[in-house]
Design a protein around this ligand. Sequence first.
Ligand code: DGL
Length: 280
Amino acid sequence: MDSSQITTGPIGVFDSGYGGLTILSELRKRLPEYGYMYIGDNARAPYGTRSFDVVYKFTLQAVNYLFEAGCPLVVLACNTASAKALRSIQQRDLPRMADPTKRVLGVIRPTVEALDRLSVSGSVGVFGTQGTVASRSYELEAAKLHPDFRIYTEACPMWVPLIENGESGDPGADYFVEKYVRALLAPHPDIDTIILGCTHYPLLYPKIRAAVPERVKVVRQGTLVAESLADYLLRHPEMDVRLSKDGQCEYLTTEHPDKFGEMAGMFLNETITARNVSLT
Ligand code: DGL
């Protein structure tokens, strides 16, 4: 079959809410020619405090929706979903699907792969949701890729609600930023790199950066995930030919589309029109 006969579709990008936009914007900077379809499950966010089974079920619903909408490849732009659902979807669900050549990628592996380029001391802090921290996914991936590294995690359950409610810029948010920064750094002064291991957290970056001592790097995952996807597509030309290259992006939300458009527009600094979907 010559490539003009192949049906193409956008790259699906999924998050519990607005956080995945921080990954999407870096994907669009690094790979602007591709088409994208973003789903924020805002009506059911946050995921970070939900059980393994619930996060898995919601994530699989979103992946199925994106596959049925024509996406050959889905990026879980959510650490909680990557920690709790990615492996089951890749190993159990994908092989049983009508088209088992579709693919789902996450954000934790590409982040951990980069650790040796980021940290000199080998002591790395990770801020994440309760779900991501409890899964120990960062520690487990690091043990495979950089066994001499020490990973210290801190759950920040108040940060996602502040962001989803549009209150990340308010002075009241400072208290919760300083609280979790202190809890991570006070017992581990050798940490020289902190990963924002939840895709929502870059939306609090100015406050986090201000609360962390200057000698400590504060790393957002977007560019690492974008670089890793660019590399994946080079290594997988059979996937690359199946992706649309129209530079378009469609936004879907399980919440009210006007509310999503307004908030997403603020985060991305552009006018966003969204449409509502229900995931079942
Ligand atoms: N943005 C997500 C993450 O990266 C999930 C946040 C949430 O819904 O609790 O973990």
